[in-house]
Design a protein around this ligand. Sequence first.
Ligand code: F3S
Length: 405
Amino acid sequence: MYLSQSEEKILRGDRGWALAKAMKLIVTLGELGDAEKLVSIRKAQISGVSYKTVGDSNLELLEMLAKEKIKTKINATLNPAGMDLDRWEEMGIPQFFAKKQLRICNAYEKLGIKRTCTCTPYLSGNKPSFGEMVGFSESSAIAYVNSVLGAKTNRHGGLDALSAALIGKVPLMGYLLHENRRANLFVNVKFKPKNEADYAALGYFIGKSTQADDVPVFNGLANATPDNLKLLAAASAASGAIALFHVLGVTPEIKRIEKGGITRRLSTIEVTSEVIKSIYDELSANIKPNLIAIGCPHCSLKEIKTIAYMLAGRMIREKMKFWVFTSPQVFSKAEKKGYINMIKTSGGDVFKHTCMVVAPIEEMGFECVLTNSAKASFYIPRLTKNRCQAGLHSLLDCVRLATNK
Ligand code: F3S
């Protein structure tokens, strides 16, 4: 792979061991992916933030890096942490967890990574433009920015996204190249999605039914909103490895693809209402929920408004928590509009910086969670020591179950 003189110098260690390691990781990725060179980026999203998933060894590594006094010069933002950084006590987060979590966030901040703590950076000041090459980790954000925004990122892990942010470069390969962004799978949607959870179920099914590097093109989703596609993207990247999809008549790159012709050979999958019902059956819980959790991926302002109005005039039942998760930026906007207050008046709550998957919910007494996110329904039982149950329902059903109305 070609490296410029300044890239060679970083790799040799002329700017310290930390940047040399970062460069080494990026160059190794490039060589594995047959990249011809590195390209500069101006945006990155870094996952690996919650103490629940990071653990002590990565915390030590981050603190070692932070001591090196190196800082990213690009717009780099953080994924959700394991708690609301301001209201963790109200969430019931154990103190030992909170202390470690704050150390992780402080270390990232010293490296110049913004403490946005959201998986929807594109709603919070880190939105790539059409065609822009970026270095994103967080599978739901990768699928969203590639597909819905038409930006270009490979599927990075937390450590390589951090390395990319520190050196401001990624290898030119994979989804950054036009030929790898063409669809190879035609998904004929033969049912009409009734609500946002149907989009999540569809994404979950497609993720399960495809191979890594498949690029589906959906037909029959002409009415999909960006929020619908946010849930679809997250689910397809959770149950499988979808990093890019197109939607006929909706996503921006499809027009170019239609014009240039789809040259990759297309196989077809049909999705019927029976298929979607089988996904709801698979993602179902068989005990009573004690937490309703909405916001995986983090809620948009529009979604918070919908929740606020759905809850108006209803009260959350006793012994039930109704929690909404969003970014600090969207939270502030929702607060100004009065939506946070509306949700709280009904007995619900809205937390920032975190979510039901990366918070230590098993240590907070939750045994069963209902959500409108197929990604959360998939991960909650897998990431909790007590295998907390989770079930997929529409937002409206979640509200009805939480309020008995
Ligand atoms: Fe985001 Fe947490 Fe879901 S990080 S995509 S809300 S699992």
